[in-house]
Design a protein around this ligand. Structure first.
Ligand code: UDP
Length: 337
């Protein structure tokens, strides 16, 4: 009954591994450590350093550990990088999954959970966006994930596999006990940038556009706490184990916060008044992205525990402080006003 987690040393994958380990599940990880850290894994969880698209490796791990389900996180996630080097994204996301699925089919693993993204929707006409909305990705990243979704659908139909595709909205926060969190250098995500500013690692934060037709002029996002997201994966696993049919589910809370509100939340929880500067709109940004959550609510036995912006910000901050302390041996607090 072992669960194979690809990308289990990465940001979201490591929270899933922790959740599985804490639930007493047998879990094994494949990760090439390109952005992940072996130190993010709980003690005793076997790590195979290699590619999720290395069929020999995957087949060996499946056979040696009695893998019955695969939760596939491994992949590349930076939208602007995908614009610069689309083929890298089709290789790391689409082709890797093709190989992984081939190994799964050969070995008879018939439960598969896949990390997809709200980026498959592109710029939706209606908000909140439902899973049935047209998929028109605006980046190779989104396209590489959508292609994988299509492939998974076809493989499932042909080979009796059951899958859950989870389309993530804006994943943020960290383990509430600050054991793990987002450790990748050069991350561009709003909350990460904001907590870096709050810990004095950045002089300021830029707000990319304050002239959108939204309540305060900045973009609006549906943030989901990474530990809640991990529990959504566990719920998806239970759903498949109980015979649930293949499905695609939005993963968000169905509530939007603006960029300015998010920065304010970090200021409040940190008590540090770092500089916030208006900057031009960032190319490719969607004005508002909010999940319609009715399908996940009716399909999975999943109740979010941290659906609150301040809680997400506080956990992201606690983790960032710990990380900064570990790396630099002290905090440089931003000037308080
Ligand atoms: N954002 C910002 N300043 C930053 C980073 C992000 O204003 O330093 C904005 C970005 O323009 C977008 C929102 O925050 O409107 C969320 O961006 P992020 O990169 O976190 O996630 P995305 O929604 O693009 O996947």
């Amino acid at each position: 009954m072992t669960v194979l987690v690809t990308g289990g040393a990465g940001y979201i994958g490591s929270h899933m591994v922790l959740a599985l380990a804490e639930a007493g599940e047998s879990v094994v990880v494949i990760d090439n450590l390109s952005t992940g850290f072996s130190t993010s894994l709980p003690e005793g969880v076997p790590l195979f350093i290699g590619d999720a698209g290395d069929e020999n490796l995957v087949e060996g791990v499946i056979a040696a550990h009695g893998v019955e389900s695969i939760v596939h996180f491994a992949g590349s996630v930076v939208v602007p990088d995908s614009m610069r080097d689309p083929l890298a994204y089709y290789r790391n996301n689409t082709m890797t999954t093709r190989s992984l699925l081939n190994a799964a089919v050969k070995c008879g693993v018939n439960r598969f959970i896949f990390s997809s993204t709200a980026a498959v929707y592109g710029d939706p006409e209606r908000m909140p966006v439902t899973e049935d909305a047209p998929t028109r990705p605006l980046s190779p990243y989104g396209s590489s994930k959508l292609m994988t979704e299509i492939m998974l659908h076809d493989v499932a139909a042909a080979h009796g596999m059951n899958y859950v595709v989870l389309r993530y909205f804006n994943v943020a926060g960290a383990d509430p006990l600050a054991r793990i969190g987002l450790a990748t250098a050069g991350a561009t995500h709003l909350l990460k940038i904001a907590v870096e500013a709050a810990t004095g690692q950045r002089a300021k934060i830029d707000v990319f556009g304050t002239d959108y037709p939204t309540p305060d002029g900045s973009c609006v996002r549906d943030f989901i706490h990474v530990s809640d997201l991990a529990q959504a994966h566990r719920a998806a696993l239970s759903y498949l184990r109980n015979g649930g049919a293949s499905t695609t589910l939005n993963c968000g809370y169905g509530h939007g916060y603006s960029v300015l509100e998010t920065i304010e939340a970090v200021r409040r929880v940190s008590g540090r008044n770092f500089a916030v500067q208006t900057a031009p709109r960032r190319s490719g940004d969607i004005m508002t992205m909010i999940a319609d959550t009715r399908r996940i609510a009716s399909t999975l036995d999943w109740t979010p525990q941290y659906a609150d912006l301040e809680t997400i910000a506080a956990h992201a901050l606690a983790w960032e402080e710990k990380l900064f302390h570990e790396r630099h041996g002290g905090l440089q607090h931003a000037a308080s006003a």
